[in-house]
Design a protein around this ligand. Structure first.
Ligand SMILES: CC(C)(COP(=O)(O)OP(=O)(O)OC[C@H]1O[C@@H](n2cnc3c(N)ncnc32)[C@H](O)[C@@H]1OP(=O)(O)O)[C@@H](O)C(=O)NCCC(=O)NCCS
Length: 188
């Protein structure tokens, strides 16, 4: 897919540069709408508190044990997390992703797309953005946990180079197992 990167502020974004860090090491003031990524008709930018009503609506529609609003607020203030929101060109929030980067390892903690907007490449775009940012920040890998029954997500991750590296028994509150999936950036 052809990806173009723009900056609302007029600055040229260097998010793709190999030595580019992720957002959070810079001050919160920067954690606004300065840098956006536009792919076809989707814009990805750092999540802000004003996104949380729409984020919560998607979260509640997507998971049996959804995160709370406070959980997202914690992500927004964590020095290690860099949550991202995806908007359509009408300004509607259509998906989000909550990654973190710690000790050279990226982790995707949460990702969801509005049920009305699934199957149009938004999930792939969000995951790709996190892979790009983590790779750019020097991470060795990105990992995540996913329900063993979540075939859509497992298929998405597999297509994007994640491989199963483990299984956490009864990881979820309802007793379902989680697969651990990892995308390695280094070889050998
Ligand atoms: C998983 C999720 C984020 C995917 O987002 P999406 O925008 O619908 O996914 P995309 O359109 O980018 O699809 C990318 C790939 O995902 C897989 N996929 C997406 N929906 C699928 C489905 N219903 N069945 C099987 N595979 C599916 C496919 O491999 C697809 O590639 P393809 O288009 O070449 O077939 C979305 O289904 C979702 O929000 N689910 C609920 C929340 C959730 O389970 N999050 C993951 C937690 S680990």
């Amino acid at each position: 897919m052809d990806t173009k990167i723009y900056a609302i502020s007029g600055e040229k974004s260097n998010l793709s540069a190999p030595d580019k860090g992720i957002y959070k090491p810079v001050p919160l003031a920067y954690h606004g709408r300065h840098m956006i990524e536009m792919t076809n008709e989707i814009v990805i930018c750092p999540m802000s508190e004003s996104d949380l009503d729409q984020v919560m609506a998607i979260e509640l529609a997507s998971f049996p044990n959804p995160w709370t609003r406070q959980h997202f607020l914690d992500e927004l203030s964590s020095p290690y997390a860099f949550p991202l929101s995806a908007f359509d060109l009408g300004g509607r929030l259509v998906g989000f992703i909550c990654p973190m980067l710690l000790l050279g390892e990226g982790e995707i903690m949460d990702v969801a797309v509005d049920p009305d907007c699934r199957g149009r490449g938004v999930g792939r775009m969000l995951v790709q953005r996190v892979l790009d940012d983590c790779l750019g920040a020097g991470a060795a890998c990105v990992f995540l946990e996913v329900r063993v029954s979540n075939h859509a997500a497992i298929s998405l991750y597999s297509e994007m180079g994640f491989v199963e590296t483990g299984r956490r028994r009864r990881y979820y509150k309802d007793g379902e197992d989680a697969l651990v999936m990892e995308r390695l950036f280094t070889s050998g």
